[in-house]
Design a protein around this ligand. Structure first.
Ligand code: ADP
Ligand code: F6P
Length: 328
């Protein structure tokens, strides 16, 4: 039976994340499999405003599953935050006869989608695509696993040289409001301490910990600092620690945007494929204003509203406790 929905568009928005291409591929091919006309919107919401919307066929998404970035490009589009921008975007959707939209992005993308959907009655399904893992309703967001793997690979290399020189390294990882990357990376890399945006850790507490490590013959130490930590970034923390511990040979590494790139892990390729497939099936089933997400090992729908609510629970408590125990 032919689905009621005829034309679906997909876009990627906000910070890119490895696995977005896997999701795009799954969205396009699932739609085509069901006889739906599929479209790609270039540069996120920017492309809705400039009418940069192009038809996509099954071959247009060949050989992209293993690629980082996004073939549809992405953007942070300020105009879409205005009523005028949203109106132009809606007129362009009508012009192209689009009756379903799949948005792949983070909390900003979802906030925009919610407003747009509510205002114009557009059927929207969200796919959580951000390395930050800062959305409710999905245990993992797309790109989070790959980003952690990238961070660990880098820290392993830094550990070699830190150990050779008996140095103290401060490594800054991404996450303006979310300590998820920092926390998981600290467990997987055996870091001596981790500083997160969600948890107050004073420099004195950190110094106490490092002192204990030095007293018990730790040769090198690694402190992971999430970029959103309230006491400042890795350079600030390193400077403050150095004020007290002049004898420490301290170094700082900011991992930066390398955390966003690279070939997606098998986990993110599979997750992107599952979420893309589920997003189109949700639209076919008449769903709207929902996000597809992974809970346990099942793909479930959560309202976009709920996905945007408090996500601090995603910082795993047992990992928090473990960092202190395992780093003695
Ligand atoms: P992410 O989706 O990764 O969190 P951003 O916060 O940059 O990235 O959001 C992506 C885009 O979503 C923004 O550039 C903007 O176009 C749109 N957006 C964000 N907040 C709103 C809002 N309140 N109203 C409309 N659009 C929004
Ligand atoms: O939201 C994903 C993210 O990578 C954050 O971790 C980081 O703070 C931000 O994007 C960086 O954004 P930009 O690429 O615009 O500098």
């Amino acid at each position: 039976m032919k689905p009621n929905i005829k034309n679906i568009a997909v876009l990627t928005s906000g910070g890119d994340a490895p696995g977005m291409n896997a999701a795009i591929r799954a969205v396009i091919r699932t739609g085509i499999y069901h006889g739906i006309n599929m479209f790609g919107v270039m540069q996120g919401y920017q492309g809705l405003i400039t009418n940069n919307i192009k038809p996509m066929d099954a071959r247009s998404v060949s050989n992209i599953l293993h690629l980082g970035g996004t073939i549809l490009k992405t953007a942070r589009c300020l105009e879409f935050k205005t009523d005028e921008g949203q109106e132009i975007a809606y007129q362009n959707l009508k012009l192209n006869d689009i009756d379903g939209l799949v948005v792949i992005g983070g909390d900003g993308t979802f906030t925009g989608a919610k407003r747009f959907g509510e205002k114009y009655g557009v059927k929207v399904i969200g796919i959580p695509g951000t390395i930050d893992n800062d959305l409710g309703g999905s245990d993992f967001t797309l790109g989070y696993d790959t980003a952690i793997n990238t961070v660990i690979e880098a820290i392993d290399k830094i550990r070699d040289t830190a150990d050779a020189h008996d140095r103290l390294f401060f490594i800054e990882v991404m996450g303006r409001d979310s300590g998820c990357i920092a926390l998981r990376s600290s467990i997987a890399s055996g870091a001596e301490a981790v500083l997160l945006p969600e948890i107050e850790t004073s420099v004195d507490e950190l110094i106490e910990k490092l002192t204990l490590g030095a007293a018990t013959k730790k040769s090198s130490s690694i402190v992971i600092v999430a970029e959103g930590h309230k006491q400042g970034g890795a350079y600030d923390i390193a400077r403050k620690v150095k004020e007290t511990f002049d004898h420490y040979d301290t170094k700082v590494t900011i991992l930066g945007h390398l955390q966003r790139g690279g070939s997606p892990s098998s986990f993110d390729r599979i997750l992107g494929s599952r979420l893309g497939y589920a997003a189109v099936n949700a639209l076919i089933a008449g769903e709207s204003a929902q996000m597809v997400g992974l809970r346990g090992n099942d793909i479930k729908l959560t309202s976009i509203e709920e996905a945007l609510s408090d996500h601090s629970y995603k910082l795993e408590n047992d990992l928090m406790e473990m960092t202190d125990v395992l780093s003695i």
